[in-house]
Design a binder for this molecule. Structure first.
Ligand code: G
Ligand code: G
Ligand code: NA
Ligand code: MN
Length: 253
């Protein structure tokens, strides 16, 4: 079955949906959330992003899907705000390298922020390390101009891409996300030292640090002691559909 043949109609019929995973501070207060796309296919059921993001990239659909994700994330923030609900300060949106190469990314962001009357500081873009390492001069200018709007930029999956660190010096970056695989290995002495070094590097570069895939209280406590700023993982919540996420927030977590 050729899933890519269904992309356009699925988008038009509302089969894509955002789920939200909270990010908390050392006191457990939710300061942010990551938007993660799901495909509720009319025949195949729920298809996870690992099964369609790269397909969308290869088939030329990623910029359309990416623009929809940005718009729907902004719609979510506005709708929740209008209902008077307590919301995290910042929503993070994953951006494919193909969107960074697309001329419309900045316009999509400014249009959506204007349409839903949101401050740019409510939005953060998560770019994978491999996308950032391959950043060209043109991409760098784009990132800088997006950051001038007030949108912040996070490095996703830090430490898993290429070994080059020179991009850290050249690009305007606000947040470093420590990949789950480092958090998973923290019980081992070398693993713990590695996470400590990553957090120190983030701080030295004036970047906030977010640990991903935090599943146990032990991991959380160790990361806290090392000075990590924010935590994301199943210990707090899985990615939740919109209504469930709002309920989770209302429960005062
Ligand atoms: O939600 P889940 O943990 O299954 O996500 C798996 C992968 O899909 C993650 O690497 C995540 O970054 C990616 N992903 C989820 N939503 C989006 C999205 O809206 N855009 C892009 N480019 N990637 C996404
Ligand atoms: O690659 P990226 O970091 O964008 O994707 C985040 C992915 O990690 C999502 O698929 C999300 O569902 C998953 N995830 C988030 N927290 C945890 C966790 O605590 N444990 C596990 N196993 N997966 C997680
Ligand atoms: Na991400
Ligand atoms: Mn990640």
């Amino acid at each position: 079955r050729r899933l890519e043949a269904d992309f356009k109609t699925s988008l038009a019929y509302g089969e894509f949906e955002l789920h939200f995973q909270p990010k908390v501070n050392p006191s457990g207060i939710c300061l942010g959330a990551e938007a993660l796309v799901r495909w509720k296919h009319h025949q195949e059921g729920i298809i996870p992003p690992i099964q369609f993001i790269s397909l969308a990239e290869r088939s030329g659909f990623m910029t359309d899907l990416g623009a929809w994700v940005i718009r729907d994330a902004c719609r979510f923030l506005r709708r929740a705000q209008d209902r008077g609900l307590r919301l995290p300060d910042r929503l993070s949106i994953n951006i494919s390298p193909l969107q960074l190469a697309d001329d419309n990314l900045k316009a999509t962001l400014t249009d959506c922020l204007a349409e839903f009357a949101l401050e740019a500081s409510r939005i953060e873009l998560e770019l994978t390390e491999s996308a950032l390492v391959e950043t060209t001069a043109a991409n760098q200018e784009l990132l800088e101009s997006i950051r001038e709007l007030g949108v912040s930029i996070a490095i996703d999956d830090f430490g898993t891409g290429y070994s080059s660190l020179s991009y850290l010096q050249n690009l305007p970056l606000d947040v470093l996300k420590i990949d789950k695989r480092f958090v998973d290995n923290m019980e081992e002495p070398q693993g713990e030292q590695l996470v400590r070094a990553i957090i120190q590097m983030g701080r030295a570069l004036n970047m906030g640090t977010v640990a991903e895939g935090v599943e146990t209280q032990r991991q959380m406590e160790a990361l806290k002691r090392m000075g990590c700023d924010q935590f994301q993982g199943y210990l707090f919540s899985k990615p939740l559909p919109e209504d469930k996420f709002l309920q989770w927030l209302a429960a005062g977590k």
